[in-house]
Write a protein that binds this ligand. Sequence first.
Ligand SMILES: NC(=O)c1ccc[n+]([C@@H]2O[C@H](COP(=O)([O-])OP(=O)(O)OC[C@H]3O[C@@H](n4cnc5c(N)ncnc54)[C@H](OP(=O)(O)O)[C@@H]3O)[C@@H](O)[C@H]2O)c1
Length: 343
Amino acid sequence: MNNGYRIAIVGATGMVGQEFIKVLLQRKFPVSAISLYASDRSAGRKMFVGSQELLVKETAGDSFDNIDIVLFSAGADISRHFAPIAAKSGALVIDNSAAWRMDPRVPLVVPEVNADDIKKHRGIIANPNCSTIQMVVALNPLHKVNPIKRVIVSTYQSVSGTGLAAVEELTKQSKIVLEGGNVIPHVYAHQIAFNLLPEIDVFMDNGYTKEEWKMVEETRKIMHAEHMQISATCVRVPVFIAHSEAVNVEFTEYMGPDEARSLLSKVPGIKVLDDPNVSLYPQPWLAAGTDDVYVGRIRSDASLMNGLVMWVVSDNIRKGAALNAVQIAEEAVRNDWVKVNNK
Ligand SMILES: NC(=O)c1ccc[n+]([C@@H]2O[C@H](COP(=O)([O-])OP(=O)(O)OC[C@H]3O[C@@H](n4cnc5c(N)ncnc54)[C@H](OP(=O)(O)O)[C@@H]3O)[C@@H](O)[C@H]2O)c1
């Protein structure tokens, strides 16, 4: 850690916070110092950042003095309270929660799609929902050549999307069920082991869940496509890492599967895995721990003239959260859109 930016991570002990540390080191982000923050529960705990052992501190109003970039992943309430304080102190905030995503003053960014929006930031940049990120990475290259009119998506989302407690819950419940015991759910409304739950985030008055509605609103904002018709059904599945999505797309004009495969395979950050002859298609356990968005099962929609169906898989903790946030920071630094605070 020498010449570089002073980074604070809020929620450093969580699933996404720990991945922030990994991604910053793996991508050799220019870091001069890292400060780790969490709640009072973890204050005093020590964590390794590379070979350095650092103390986790309780998040407070003065945590962001002399910090250049703050990565938040401690839930929406914490971001709502502390992100404006951090921004006011001069730091660039990249927020992983849903707190600021739909605020018109806050850019919502997936660098492969709308990196230019970063420059409009006023101190806070929002990182989109994990399911939305991987979908827009796959949709955008197709939309650019043949505007998309409508998207119907069904998700198969891993438990790591809920955080560390849900990963532990699936582990424990799986053992209990295999040993013939009775499960008492804590994190989810029902048992998640050997089950599927079509409920992610809270239900809204229109019958959708908030997670489903995030996919609608965030996709339109990121892709600058306010009239795109989108309907989502989000399902929690007993998979530890990586979300999968069946995506039905209706284009303005016909697009064949070969054209879609060819367009997608040229995009950095996308890997097309699509050969039914050898059962080649994206799977969550292959995507876990990697950076790409994987696309396969690309075929014409037999029910629709200009329709295409595809299967999109990505690691929700990496591209769906930590990696995307660090890529935003990299873009901001590369373009000089982050000021160095009090240096
Ligand atoms: N997991 C994903 O795939 C994903 C993807 C995109 C966005 N996100 C978002 O990222 C955030 C965290 O998710 P996660 O999966 O990392 O959850 P997690 O594993 O449950 O971790 C939560 C983190 O938040 C900290 N925290 C909780 N209450 C706090 C408080 N009052 N003050 C300061 N820190 C506090 C926790 O610290 P303690 O150790 O002190 O409890 C912990 O570090 C959420 O907003 C989530 O929506 C998650």
